[in-house]
Design a protein around this ligand. Structure first.
Ligand SMILES: Nc1ncnc2c1ncn2[C@@H]1O[C@H](COP(=O)(O)OP(=O)(O)OP(=O)(O)O)[C@@H](O)[C@H]1O
Ligand SMILES: [Mg+2]
Length: 490
């Protein structure tokens, strides 16, 4: 491929030089001939005038001698065109010369000249005629001499051009080879890109158009590499989502099957006669009701999750005093806490903050977290709710990151570190049996996470196995100017 480019470049240089040489030859020959003819014309015209003077004298020399001395053919022509004297032929047998172009001029009183083939010898001749007393005196010389000079000039011209030709070809070959080598490395690079190796090393140090080409190829490779990486990431994410979807379907069917099987089993037992069994019938009905309630909770939680995920949940965003939202949630769990002997505490610093949120959603988030804390904290433990301002931004800044991080900390069972990363996944439970026993569906934290995300916030958890857990979530904070000052100080 590059060899072909090399030969094409060389061939084109060769053709250009050949064309130049042909032009030099043609025009050089023409110029040389014109120059020689002009010089010869001047020389012959001078001789013609001298011979005319001699012939007009009293004792003219014989025409043959004059012709020999001038090395020309000499012809004297009368005004009517008749040939009076000729150094080479008998005038009696010569035709009338009145119409010869050079004779026409001379008879009109001017010097005349013409180049043509002689009718008698077939040789190209230069004719010069000057006015003479008798009419016109004409000299003729063969142009063979001039033609020899022209050939000599052409030969020298061609030799000179040929000598210039060789270094030109050598220089052209040098540059053609350099260009074809540079092209070869760019072609090799493009080949690597075509094979999908976008990390291949681009040819370096290129300048000019080839430099632009290789840097553009390099840019293209970088863009393609980024696009491929993006696609790979998206593909991995799609695979992950597909796995999540499949797991979810399996989990949902599993979660539904267990209570449904139980309801079906006990209903059949009752219908098969256990209804009459006064000892067990109420217990069986209780189990059926318990499972029906579980199904209702499960479907309600699934509905909540899908509403949030499909963004069809209508959030009524408004400003609320954070303390009110926390107290409402705490009030709902207070009776159970008292019954279980668990201390409910509110950390200092919660007052004065106003959040921008949907009160129902915040209530559900807090209820789920408090419900968990309550379930996994033994008697005598405590649950503490707190709030801290995060990333308040610079004073006077037009856009400030106004967030409050709310925490629900308990002194309960804690969660092993390896379980923490998956805790917010749907149906993920550390101890499945214990969770079911406590009436859990494993959807509580997933709902918390999605509600918080819908508010533009984040969730996280810190836990020490055996010592307790703290769940955190952030909400957008509305900062009044006075509070803003104190926020900035803390
Ligand atoms: N405060 C906590 N202390 C210890 N473990 C917890 C705590 N909160 C949650 N967990 C663990 O995380 C799991 C997931 O919690 P999640 O709230 O999603 O489900 P659940 O409580 O089992 O059921 P649900 O909340 O739907 O009734 C729980 O099963 C439990 O193992
Ligand atoms: Mg829960």
């Amino acid at each position: 491929m590059t060899a072909r480019i090399f030969f094409k470049l060389i061939l084109s240089v060769f053709l250009i030089l050949a064309a130049a040489m042909t032009a030099v030859d043609i025009f050089g020959a023409r110029i040389a001939e014109t120059n020689f003819v002009e010089n010869l014309t001047r020389e012959i015209a001078g001789k013609a005038r001298l011979i005319a003077l001699d012939l007009e004298g009293k004792t003219p020399a014989p025409v043959g001698e004059l012709a020999h001395a001038a090395a020309c053919r000499v012809t004297l022509i009368a005004r009517d065109g008749r040939v009076l004297l000729d150094s080479e032929a008998d005038p009696a047998h010569m035709e009338n010369h009145r119409n010869r172009p050079e004779v026409v001029d001379a008879l009109a009183g001017r010097q005349g000249s013409d180049v043509r083939k002689s009718g008698t010898t077939g040789v190209r001749l230069l004719y010069i005629a000057v006015p003479a007393r008798a009419g016109a005196l004409r000299l003729a010389v063969p142009l063979a001499e001039i033609e020899r000079h022209v050939m000599e000039t052409r030969r020298k011209n061609l030799m000179g051009a040929g000598l210039a030709f060789l270094p030109a070809i050598a220089i052209a070959a040098f540059f053609a080879r350099r260009i074809s080598r540079r092209l070869a490395s760019i072609i090799a690079y493009a080949g690597e890109l075509a094979r999908g190796n976008f990390l291949a090393k681009a040819p370096e140090g290129e300048k000019g158009e080839l430099g632009v080409l290789s840097s553009q190829l390099k840019d293209t490779a970088e863009h393609l590499q980024k696009a491929v990486e993006q696609l790979r990431r998206e593909h991995t994410e799609l695979e992950r989502l597909e796995r999540v979807r499949k797991d979810f379907v399996i989990n949902v069917s599993h979660e539904l099957r267990t209570p449904l099987a139980s309801i079906q089993g006990y209903t059949e037992t009752l219908m098969d006669g256990a209804l009459e069994d006064d000892v067990n019938n109420m217990r069986f009905l209780g189990i059926i009701r318990h499972n029906a309630e579980r199904l209702a909770r499960l479907t309600a939680d699934l509905m909540t999750l899908s509403r949030i995920e499909l963004k069809s949940q209508d959030f009524q965003m408004a400003s609320y005093a954070l303390a009110d939202l926390l107290n409402n949630a705490l009030d709902t769990v207070r009776p159970i806490a008292e019954r279980k002997g668990i201390l409910l505490l509110e950390a200092a610093g919660v007052g004065g903050m106003t959040v921008h949120a949907d009160s129902e959603a915040v209530h559900q988030i807090l209820s789920n977290l408090l419900d968990n804390a309550m379930k996994y904290t033994p008697e005598g433990g405590s649950i503490t709710v707190g709030a801290t301002v995060r990333g308040a931004g610079a004073p006077g800044a037009s856009v400030i990151d106004r967030r409050v991080e709310i925490s629900v900390a308990d002194t309960g069972a804690g969660i092993p570190a390896e379980e923490l990363p998956r805790l917010f996944e749907r149906f993920y439970r550390v101890d499945k049996a214990r969770s079911r026993e406590l009436g859990g569906t494993g959807l509580g934290l997933a709902i918390v996470k999605h509600l918080v995300l819908s508010h533009g916030g984040e969730v996280r958890v810190e836990s020490e196995f055996g010592r307790g857990s703290t769940f955190y979530f952030t909400l957008p904070l509305e900062v009044s100017p006075t509070v803003y000052q104190s926020v900035m100080v803390t």
